[in-house]
Each structure stands twice: as structure tokens, then as C-alpha cells.
Design a protein around this ligand. Sequence first.
Ligand code: AP5
Length: 224
Amino acid sequence: MAVKRIVLFGAPGAGKGTQAQWLCDALDLAHLSTGDMLRAAVAQATPVGLKAKSYMEGGKLVPDDVVVGVVVEAIAKAVKEMPNGYALDGFPRTLPQAEALREMLAQRNENINLVILINTADEVVLERLTQRRSCSDPKCGAVYNLKSKPPKKEGVCDVCGKAVIQRNDDKPETIRVRQQQYRRDTQPLVAYYKQAGVLVDLPGGGSIYEVAGRILEAVSKMRH
Ligand code: AP5
């Protein structure tokens, strides 16, 4: 199998994490979620976590230099441990991040071979985020939805048995800030990756399985 370097892209709540998890399990790829990495760093109060905490709680983007440092490390580890490649979930989110990623990969004669835009209507995204619940243990990170994917036992994680909670940044006022940040800083990357010829724009509506089917089809057609 050719090495896959994929970006899952979309608004907060579009379904990036859900689809990345599934795709990485199916294709044996490393799942590199900057949200998960930063939440773990905050929980452990590492230097990165201390820098990121207040931005995340307010729904704001963490500064580029902090996030790029985290991703450089994660990609270096993934390249050693996961020969099939990786899927980035939640990165890049700004033009400087996209440029840093391009430069980092160019040093190895590599590039991103597919960017999947999970294009989900605003009202659907809002509904998904308000119904989302997450495992309280950042090392587990399992994601649920009270409507579409409830835990088997109410309030308890199916995977690790810890409590299932609502993420702090899934409160309505913080969701609004995250959506504004997406429109202002992240959406311009759609044109950036379209121009690079690697963007696939897929509808994010329908069930988790329907979206997964569209993604798998796009991955099977990707150029290497
Ligand atoms: P992050 O955790 O990446 O948050 P996000 O981008 O806002 O994405 P979400 O995790 O909210 O949504 P998702 O698209 O993964 O949707 P999910 O699959 O969970 O980042 C959090 C914070 O970290 C940021 O605000 C920022 O502060 C910081 N950060 C992270 N990366 C950064 C970066 N690169 N630069 C700067 N700062 C950064 O699905 C949502 C819900 O819908 C779930 O309940 C799920 O079960 C359900 N669902 C999914 N698909 C479907 C479907 N098809 N049908 C029905 N339900 C569905």
C-alpha cells in the first residue's frame, strides 16, 4: 500500500474525529488529532498544556508555534511507527500552519496526498456538538453522541469505563467562538488545498456510515 498522508478537514463538529478514528483503524494509519494531543497536554499540565489551556477553554485557536511544535513531534513518531501513513485531524487550521506542514514534508520530498473536506451544514454541526459527549480520560478520548452514538450504559465510557462528560468547549457560547475562528482562520485553507489539487469536497450529512463510505471511496481513488 502506498504511504498515505491525509488531512481530515472541516468545521468544529463536522465529524473529523469520528471519521479519522474509523479510517485509521481500517487502514492502519496513525490518527494525529491536535485537539486530543492538546487536551492530554492540558490534563497533564505540561509546558504545552499550560500555554494552550486558556485558548482552548475560550474556543480560540492555540498559537501556531505551539501547535506546529506538537505536530512536528507527532509526525516524526508516526513516520517511525506506522509505515502505512497517518491522518491529521484538526491540523492545519491556519495558513501559517499549512505552510509549516508543507515545508516540513518538503524536506523529506513528501507532501499531503489528500485533504478531505467534510462539508457539513451549520445547523447539523450545531446539533452534533450540543449532543456530543466525550470520555473524561484524555488518554481514551472516545466520542459519543446522545442521539446518534450513545454509550451503552448512560454516562459510562464503553471503551475504558470512565465517566462520559460534556467537553468544556461544547457549551453554546464557546461553540459560537469556535465557529467564528473556523470561518476567519481555517476556511481559507479550502482554496489553498484546492489550488494544490489535493482537496476532495464531500457532503458531511447522513449517518456516520454513509459519510465513512464516501471517504473510503475518495481514499481509494487518491493519487499517490
Ligand atoms: P478539536 O478537538 O480539534 O475541535 P474541533 O475542530 O472543534 O473539532 P471537534 O472535535 O469539535 O469536532 P469533529 O469535527 O472532530 O467532530 P466529531 O467527530 O467529534 O480542537 C479543540 C480545540 O483545540 C480548538 O478549539 C483549539 O483551541 C485547539 N486546537 C486544536 N487543533 C488546533 C490547531 N491546529 N491550531 C490551533 N488550535 C488548535 O463529531 C461531533 C459529534 O457528532 C460527535 O458526537 C459524533 O458522535 C457526532 N457525529 C459525527 N458524525 C456524525 C454523523 N455522520 N451523523 C450523526 N452524528 C455524527
